[in-house]
Write a protein that binds this ligand. Structure first.
Ligand SMILES: Cc1ncc(COP(=O)(O)O)c(C=O)c1O
Length: 420
C-alpha cells in the first residue's frame, strides 16, 4: 500500500510531517470526489439528492469540495448550518435533523430557508408551527420515523430502536398526518429515517426501508402527498483490511427496490462513507516503552485527536510509514500520551519494529476524527491538510496555545444574582 511505502496521492508523507508537524490529519481530495461520483452513479435513475452529514467532517475545505460535487448537507446544529452555508451549500439543499433543536436554531434555519426539517418529536412540531406562524413562513418538514430495527452496529451509534431517543413510532407519525391541519404553517410531506452508523449489513436497512415504504404507501392511499423520502446515512466502511462493507450499488438497489413506484425526491445522508477512508491521522512515535507485561508504542497523537477507539473500541488499521522492509514485526499496544488508560488506539497490534521518531498512519480517520476532537489535557487541535495530485494545502492551521485558551478570562468582576 502506498501509505506504508511513504507516499499518498503523490505526496511524500515524511516531508509533509516535517513541514506541517504531527499529529496531522491528512485527507485525499480525489478519494472524496470518487466516493461522491460512485454514489451518484449508483443512485442514477432515482430523483436523488445527497445530503452529506456534516458531523462526519465539517472542515470548510471538505464541505466546499462536496458542494462543488453537488452534495447538499444534513446538519444537526446552528453551527453546522453556518458551516454548510459558508461553504456555498444552498439552503434549499440542507436538511436539519436532531432531537433537540433549540428555538434559536429553528428561527435561524427558517430565516435562511433550509430545505427541510426532519422533525423528531411532537414538541418540536408544535414549536416549528409556532415559530413559522409568528414569521409568516411555511416550514417544510419530514417526520423522522423510528422503525424499531436493530442496525447490528455498536450500541452507541445505533439509532433506530424503540429505546433510542431518535424519531417517533409509525403509530405516532400516523397521528401527525391525520391531524395535519393542527400545524397549518408546517408542510408535512416527507418521511425520514436513520437507523444507525457503520452499517456493514444491508439486512437492517432493507427491513427499515420496508417499514417506511409500507407507511408511505398507506399515507398515499389515504390521500397524503409525500414529496420526499430521506433514507438517512449509515453506510459502513472498511476500517480493517479484509473487512466486508456493502458497496454503493447494493445500497442503492435496496433503496430502489423498497421505494418502487415512488416518484418524489429520495434523499440520502451519508457521512462516514464519503470521507472516512479518504483520511488518515499521521503521527510520530514519541517513544517505545517496554512495560511490565506489554510493549507500548507511545504516539504524539491521542484520544483527544481521534476518539473513536476510546469511545467505541473502534478498530483502525495502523501502518508504519516508509522503510518497513527488513524490519521484523512486533506486537505493540499503540497508545497516546493522555492520562487515561482508555487512550489506546490498538492492543497487541503487529507492526514492523518501530523506534522513536518513526511515523505511523492511523487509517480510516477522515470521518468522526477531527470533528470529534477536543483539547483534553490542554492539547491544541491538530492541523489538517488536503492532498491533490502531488500537492497539499493546509485546510486547518494547528491551533496555538494562545488560541486554545483565548476565551478564558480571570475573574475581574462578580455579577450579583438577579432578583426574581
Ligand atoms: C440523522 C443522521 N443522518 C446521517 C448521519 C450520518 O451517518 P453516517 O456517517 O454513518 O453515514 C447521522 C449520523 O449520526 C445522523 O444522525
Amino acid at each position: 500500500m502506498a501509505v506504508e511505502s511513504g507516499t499518498w496521492e503523490g505526496v511524500d508523507l515524511a516531508s509533509l510531517a516535517s513541514r506541517e508537524g504531527t499529529p496531522l490529519y491528512v485527507y485525499s481530495a480525489p478519494a472524496i470526489r470518487s466516493r461522491v461520483g460512485a454514489l451518484r452513479q449508483a443512485l442514477a435513475g432515482l430523483q436523488a439528492g445527497i445530503r452529506y452529514a456534516v458531523k462526519a467532517n465539517g472542515n470548510g475545505a471538505i464541505l466546499r469540495l462536496l458542494a462543488e460535487e453537488g452534495a447538499g448537507a444534513d446538519i444537526v446544529s446552528g453551527g453546522e448550518l453556518r458551516r454548510a452555508l459558508r461553504a456555498g451549500i444552498a439552503a434549499a439543499n440542507i436538511v436539519f435533523s436532531g432531537v433537540g433543536k433549540t428555538e434559536e436554531e429553528i428561527v435561524f434555519a427558517l430565516e435562511v430557508g433550509i430545505g427541510r426539517f426532519n422533525v423528531e418529536s411532537r414538541a418540536e412540531l408544535d414549536t416549528l408551527q409556532r415559530i413559522a406562524a409568528a414569521r409568516g413562513k411555511v416550514a417544510v418538514a419530514a417526520v423522522r420515523i423510528n422503525p424499531d430495527v436493530d442496525a447490528q452496529t455498536h450500541a452507541k451509534i445505533s439509532t433506530g430502536r424503540a429505546e433510542n431517543k431518535f424519531g417517533v413510532s409509525i403509530e405516532e407519525a400516523r397521528s401527525w398526518f391525520s391531524s395535519k391541519a393542527a400545524w397549518p404553517q408546517v408542510r408535512l410531506d416527507g418521511l425520514h429515517m436513520h437507523i444507525g452508523s457503520q452499517l456493514l449489513s444491508l439486512a437492517p436497512v432493507r427491513e427499515a426501508l420496508a417499514r417506511m415504504a409500507a407507511f408511505w404507501r398507506e399515507l398515499s392511499a389515504a390521500g397524503h402527498a409525500i414529496a420526499s423520502i430521506d433514507v438517512g446515512g449509515g453506510l459502513g466502511v472498511r476500517y480493517r483490511d479484509g473487512e466486508q462493507a456493502p458497496d454503493a450499488a447494493e445500497y442503492a438497489q435496496a433503496i430502489r427496490e423498497a421505494l418502487q413506484g415512488f416518484d418524489g425526491k429520495v434523499l440520502v445522508e451519508p457521512g462516514r462513507w464519503l470521507v472516512a477512508e479518504a483520511g488518515l491521522l499521521l503521527s510520530r512515535v514519541v517513544l517505545v516503552k517496554p512495560g511490565q507485561s506489554r510493549r507500548f508504542l507511545v504516539l504524539d497523537a491521542a484520544m483527544n485527536d481521534l476518539l473513536r477507539p476510546s469511545l467505541y473500541e473502534a478498530w483502525h488499521d495502523i501502518v508504519r510509514v516508509g522503510g518497513a522492509v527488513g524490519r521484523e514485526e512486533q506486537a505493540y499496544d499503540v497508545v497516546g500520551p493522555v492520562c487515561e488508560t482508555g487512550d489506546t488506539f490498538a492492543k497487541a497490534r503487529l507492526l514492523p519494529r518501530c523506534e522513536a521518531g518513526d511515523l505511523v498512519a492511523i487509517l480510516g480517520a477522515g470521518a468522526y476524527g477531527a470533528s470529534m476532537a477536543s483539547t483534553y489535557n490542554s492539547r491544541p487541535l491538530v492541523a489538517e491538510v488536503l492532498l491533490e495530485r502531488g500537492r497539499h494545502a493546509v485546510v486547518r492551521k494547528r491551533q496555538t496555545f494562545d488560541a486554545m485558551i483565548a476565551e478564558e478570562c480571570p475573574v475581574t468582576e462578580w455579577i450579583p444574582a438577579c432578583a426574581t
